[in-house]
Design a protein around this ligand. Structure first.
Ligand code: TXA
Ligand code: MG
Length: 366
């Protein structure tokens, strides 16, 4: 049985002082973590499915709840720099700079694993991924549990990461001990992951903290091949989570790459071509009117990448609810701000990317 606690509702109806009430609820949730149970909690990126990161038996429950392969390493979430000492003994200079700049916040650093961290939490690796979230409820929960909390995104394996409590309940009701149902995720995409164990930091997973922001702090940053390309069979992913087909909607999905207006023109052409299916287009706000009469989802304005980021996972879930059998979306041309969105779109589409046609040159690559 899962205990679902609607934080907002509880705080206003049962106690006028949100803080005191939430603290009591969070103490109960922290006790569940301490006794080896599972608690879903909100963070600023996506909801996390948490358990005591230093307890191998508790960590295994996360894999079971998600239906996730057991070799996929997890992020350990900490609430203070003191707690960092329990997960690693080695903090390279670049890692220190990145922590100083971006923690607490949506940045995960891969570091050398400390002896207390069980291999169950790292998927057998000698390195460990660590993040200090900024969400007040997440921070408080970790602090009260007084242990690093291992937490992957709180979705069933293969589903988009959950950005609302409703997504979590849909996926995990009956599979975890507690769900702290709170606000919609402010960022809506998983954290930026950077490996700082080598001589030059490597971006393993793009997120809302951009490559430019990272470079501004540490100078050179390499980009793992898995960020922009599908890895070939047998090729090893530096970020093991990257090797699984993530976020795939039920319908066929294709992405159109190029510049506007060719992209819009080509998306329309595909909608027309697949009209016997149930086609759905993910369209930037600026171009919605061109798709009048079609089933579309408003991605948000191109001028606001953070809005497009924030809506993406909801849209992918909506495509399934609509039983869309064909989905078309743009791949964004602007590289830095859209690196994370393009990365998640590419995975969702299984890297099925077609070039935009330009009117008069209607050669289509399929
Ligand atoms: O925003 C987030 O990061 C969310 C919230 C809950 O904090 N969590 C999250 O966790 O997205 P998860 O498990 O879905 O993704 C963890 C990513 C995976 O891509 C995994 O391969 C990578 O981090 N990772 C974890 N440990 C690693 C390690 N030791 N070396 C390389 N990559 C690692
Ligand atoms: Mg995930």
């Amino acid at each position: 049985m899962t205990r679902i606690i609607y934080m907002e509702e509880q705080a206003t109806t049962l106690d006028k002082d949100n803080k005191i009430y939430e603290e009591k609820i969070l103490q109960e949730a922290a006790a569940v973590i301490q006794s080896g149970g599972t608690v879903v909690f909100p963070t600023e990126t996506v909801y996390g499915l948490g358990a005591n990161g230093l307890d191998p038996v508790a960590v295994k429950k996360i894999y079971q709840a998600k239906g996730r392969p057991g070799d996929n390493p997890m992020i350990l979430h900490i609430s203070s720099m003191d707690m960092l000492e329990r997960v690693t003994n080695v903090i390279p200079e670049v890692a220190r700079k990145l922590m100083d700049t971006f923690w607490p916040g949506p940045l995960t650093l891969v570091l050398k694993k400390g002896p207390q961290v069980p291999l169950e939490a790292t998927g057998g690796l000698e390195t460990v991924a660590v993040r200090m979230p900024s969400h007040a409820m997440a921070k408080k929960l970790i602090q009260l549990a007084n242990t690093p909390i291992a937490a992957p995104s709180a979705n069933l394996s293969g589903k988009p990461s959950p950005t609302t409590a409703a997504h979590v309940v849909e996926d995990l009701d009956g599979r975890v001990d507690v769900i702290l149902a709170a606000d919609q995720a402010a960022i809506g995409l998983e954290s930026t992951v950077v490996d700082t164990t080598g001589p030059i930091p490597v971006l393993l997973r793009p997120g809302s903290i951009t490559l430019t922001q990272l470079k501004n702090v540490v100078g050179q940053v390499l980009v793992d091949k898995g960020v922009t390309q599908r890895l070939a069979e047998g090729e090893t992913a530096r970020s093991p989570g990257m090797k699984y087909r993530h976020y795939a909607p039920d319908g066929d999905m294709i992405l159109v790459k190029g510049t506007i207006p060719g992209v819009i023109y080509t998306m329309m052409d595909w909608m027309e071509k697949r009209k016997e299916d149930h086609p759905v287009a993910l369209v930037p706000t600026e171009y919605l009117s061109e798709f009048a009469g079609w089933d579309v989802l408003d991605m948000g304005p191109i001028a606001k990448p953070e809005v497009i980021m924030n809506r993406l996972y909801q849209h992918l879930r909506t495509c399934n609810q609509k039983k869309a059998t064909f989905i078309v979306a743009p791949l964004f041309a602007e590289e830095d701000d859209f690196l994370a969105v393009n990365n998640r779109l590419s995975k969702a589409a299984g890297y099925h990317i077609v070039p935009a046609m330009t009117p008069g040159n209607e050669n289509r690559e399929e």
